[in-house]
Design a protein around this ligand. Structure first.
Ligand code: HEM
Length: 490
């Protein structure tokens, strides 16, 4: 059981993306693409995006400015646009989860997907709205320039050696983009080492002089940047990285710093290192989990009400991150009826292993899971997900029903829709809609009902109700995790 305090939309969402999110499907098993691997492409773009950081004035860093910098020669490469399209395509950007957070998540999944170490995930990045300075190091630059580039990005000369070795254990150099580095035109991509995995082969092959790394042994001495960097301390750092344990520890902590390199006015969360949205425990078939709640007046309700046992269990399918950490979890769903008049102010759980031990109370660190307001919210049960088969196509839309307290005079919804564009920059659309009173749901139980039609494309909604007693907003209603009642019309 964790110390995580609910509600925290950013941490909850980031945790879910890390442990149950869809992005891992492209990283799991280190899958090949474009003669390299998807993870190699994802790791490189994270470094290039971060490369705009300047420690001296606190500007730049991992801020998705890369989406405005793709036309620069230093960002040449098949994987750049493809990776950004991957990240946008999963539609996991949210009002509080920036593209830069998705780029960081991509790098974490990339390293894990190829068998590398876990990198703790901090979130809260902010996307830039324009390009940063052209400060990605390039192979033809000399050692002094590279040392200065890494200093400006916040890394010492020793850390530079390790960071490049950790990065260049994946992927390689493309002939069409770097014809002076990979001169054999029959080679599409020359890998940095002989294994696609995230491992020490890049180090051992370099130290054994068997390396094929074109930035070490390429015919053009000027572009042997890896050679100059790796040998800059007499190979001392490379020798230390021969140990797989040290390699993994060093790469994990340097990548964590790389991903957390953000403009100085951006504050990141503490790192996420466990799935805290759940009770993570071994399976116990005789366990019972009870949901309890207090009414709006603050009292725990009379015997018949305000407690409900879970109706079954669902096992949680963890991503590669959960799998590598060996965690297992069960989710306990509940179906509870709450009296509209007495309503609910907070809820908590009782977990009973039924093995003679004391039941455990899970109450959000003592305060309970507090429902801040019950004036305005989406009425999931009265909303409908409608699918119409027109013989030509299937149209899908939602009829959303919003409940406002009886005095509500008006209600509006601001929707967040991730970019539908095929090309960067991928900027979301915000749309505000005023809601109509819902004729099919007359006022009841102290509530007025409003309705709107929408497509399934928005992912987050802010719902605002205004009455003589003031304005109340339910922020960040996550459309992607709700199963609305489904209606099929043919
Ligand atoms: C002096 C610093 C560096 C130089 C000069 C450099 C240079 C290069 C070059 C020329 C390529 C080939 C790109 C292509 O053909 O598409 C490449 C690929 C790559 N670099 Fe670096 N790099 C540097 C530092 C780093 C760092 C710190 C990382 C850490 C994440 C990194 C990660 C990668 C990866 C993963 C690839 C493979 C991409 C793929 O296979 O698609 N590089 N690098």
């Amino acid at each position: 059981l964790s110390t995580f305090q609910w509600p925290n939309p950013l941490l909850s969402y980031a945790d879910r993306q890390l442990y149950e999110g869809p992005l891992q499907g492209f990283a799991k098993g280190c899958p090949p693409r474009d003669n390299t691997t998807i993870p190699a492409q994802w790791l490189r773009i994270a470094y290039h995006d971060m490369s705009t950081h300047n420690v001296d004035d606190g500007t730049g860093g991992l801020d998705a400015s890369i989406q405005y910098e793709l036309d620069r020669s230093q960002n040449v490469g098949e994987g750049m646009l493809t990776s950004l399209t991957d990240f946008n395509g999963f539609r996991i950007m949210s009002p509080f989860f920036a593209l830069a957070d998705v780029i960081a998540l991509g790098a974490i999944l990339a390293v894990a997907g190829c068998g590398g170490p876990f990198i703790p995930f901090s979130v809260g990045r902010v996307d830039a709205t324009e390009a940063g300075p052209p400060t990605v190091p390039e192979p033809q630059q000399d050692l002094a320039s590279h040392i200065e580039s890494f200093r400006r990005q916040g890394f010492t000369p020793t850390e530079m050696i390790a960071l490049v070795a950790c990065g260049h254990t994946l992927g390689g150099v493309r002939q069409v983009d770097f014809p002076l580095i990979v001169t054999d035109s029959s080679t599409v991509l020359q890998t940095f080492d002989t294994t696609p995995a995230f491992d020490t082969a890049v180090v051992s092959e370099y130290l054994q002089n068997t390396t094929q790394n074109p930035l070490v042994i390429g015919p053009n001495v000027t572009t042997r940047s890896d050679f100059r960097i790796f040998s800059s301390d007499g190979n001392a750092t490379m020798q230390s990285l021969l140990s797989p344990i040290n390699f993994n520890q060093t790469c994990s902590s340097l990548f964590e710093r790389m991903l957390n390199t953000v403009p100085s006015n951006v504050n990141l969360t503490d790192p996420i290192t466990e799935p805290f949205d759940y009770l993570v425990m071994n399976d116990n078939p005789s366990r019972t989990v009870t949901l309890l709640w207090a009414d709006r007046q603050g009292s725990f309700c009379p015997p018949a009400g305000c407690s409900q046992q879970s109706n079954g269990t669902q096992s949680v399918l963890f991503t590669i991150i959960g799998q590598m950490q060996g965690v297992t979890a069960l989710r306990y769903p509940f179906n509870a009826t709450i009296n509209a008049t007495s309503s609910i102010s907070k809820f908590w759980f009782e977990v009973n292993e039924n093995d003679g031990s004391e039941p455990i109370i899970v109450d959000n660190g003592g305060v309970g899971f507090v429902i801040e307001q019950d004036s305005v919210f989406v009425d999931i049960g009265r909303s409908e997900h409608i699918s119409v088969d027109t013989a030509v196509e299937v149209d899908e839309f939602l009829t959303l029903v919003v409940r406002g307290d009886s005095a509500s005079a008006s209600a509006s919804v601001t929707s967040f829709t991730p970019s539908l564009s095929g090309t960067p920059p991928f900027t979301p659309t915000l749309n505000k809609t005023d809601l109509q009173l819902d004729p099919s749901n007359p006022p009841e139980g102290g509530y007025t009902f409003f309705t709107m039609n929408t497509t399934l494309l928005p992912t987050f909604l802010d719902i605002t109700g205004t009455s003589s007693s003031g304005t109340v907003t339910q922020k960040n209603f996550d459309m992607t995790v709700v199963n609305f009642p489904f209606i099929f019309i043919s």
